[in-house]
Write a protein that binds this ligand. Structure first.
Ligand code: CO8
Length: 257
């Protein structure tokens, strides 16, 4: 499949997607979001891929939704155009997705990073929800995911007053997994994705599902869902292989079944 706003490739078992609108700081327009969802969906159903990385450039992961594309839109056009709904396609991906963020991750760009399962940030990364400066609020999860990640006090400051976080602050407040020098951020994200992609695929998939349920369910319901998934894994060959390999002191060979 050929795309116009993203680049895709595979590195071993990792599917790499690079946002590629340098002239617009990788602003997320409709084409880019559609292509991104389509590439993620293709990698998600490719057995040779175990995890994905989304990245931008050193200067910008993504500077938000494309303001020029949205500027003249009416509320009805926004509603019926289902632009923001494209984000649901990212949420539906079942394999792990890691954001490799350098430079600006603003507005929809910050929301995209937060839609991923883990974030590796370069020292130059800047996270923010500046929508209030253009008369709107976050529309693709910013008020919800940010609040869950960094807490109410900071989320309010970011959403109501355009407070931006440096990479160091983002790590301190639990928004990102790790911060690395700019020349290594992509390499580090790919290495992390490659490690995850080398693990038992069904356990990884159900682990992702279970952690995400923590945001949706009560503790009792969440514990119940986790337990069912845990039991279900005993129906897989990989559970037998994993435990046998441990006992036999050798490396497990995963089959994904
Ligand atoms: N949309 C469209 N074009 C953009 C965007 C954007 N979000 N960000 C940057 N660009 C363009 C600029 O217009 C400029 O283009 P041109 O050269 O043709 O004028 C080019 O990228 C380079 O940008 P700057 O010259 O401004 O570069 P600076 O280094 O001076 O500044 C900044 C970089 C700080 C990133 C600055 O460009 C900026 O503030 N950008 C806008 C950030 C913003 O407000 N983002 C929020 C957008 S609204 C949003 O995301 C709502 C999400 C809701 C749902 C999401 C669904 C996807």
């Amino acid at each position: 499949m050929s795309y116009t706003t993203i680049l895709t490739e595979t590195r071993g078992r990792v599917g790499l997607i690079t946002l590629n609108r340098p002239q617009a700081m990788n602003a997320l327009n409709r084409t880019l979001l559609s292509e991104l969802v389509s590439a993620l969906t293709a990698f998600d159903s490719d057995e040779a891929v175990g995890a994905m990385v989304i990245t931008g450039s050193q200067r910008a992961f993504a500077a938000g939704a494309d303001i020029k594309e949205m500027a003249e839109a009416s509320a009805v056009e926004m509603l019926t155009g289902s632009f923001v709904e494209l984000f649901d396609g990212i949420r539906n991906v079942r394999k792990p997705v890691i954001a490799a963020v350098s430079g600006y991750a603003l507005g929809g760009g910050c929301e995209l990073a937060m839609s991923c399962d883990m974030i590796v940030a370069s020292e130059t990364a800047k996270f923010g929800q500046p929508e209030v400066t253009i008369g709107v609020i976050p529309g693709a999860g910013g008020t919800q995911r940010l609040t869950r990640a960094v807490g109410k006090a900071l989320a309010m400051e970011m959403v109501l007053n355009n407070r931006m976080l440096t990479a160091g602050e983002a790590a301190q407040f639990g928004l990102v997994n790790r911060v690395v020098p700019v020349e290594r951020f992509l390499e580090e994200a790919l290495a992390l994705a490659s490690e995850v992609a080398g693990r038992a695929p069904l356990a990884v998939r159900l682990g992702k599902e279970a952690v995400n349920k923590a945001f949706e369910l009560s503790l009792t319901e969440g514990l119940e869902a986790e337990r069912r998934a845990f039991y279900m894994l005993f129906a897989t060959e990989d559970q037998k292989e994993g435990m046998k390999a441990f006992v036999e002191k050798r490396k497990a060979e995963w089959k994904g079944c």
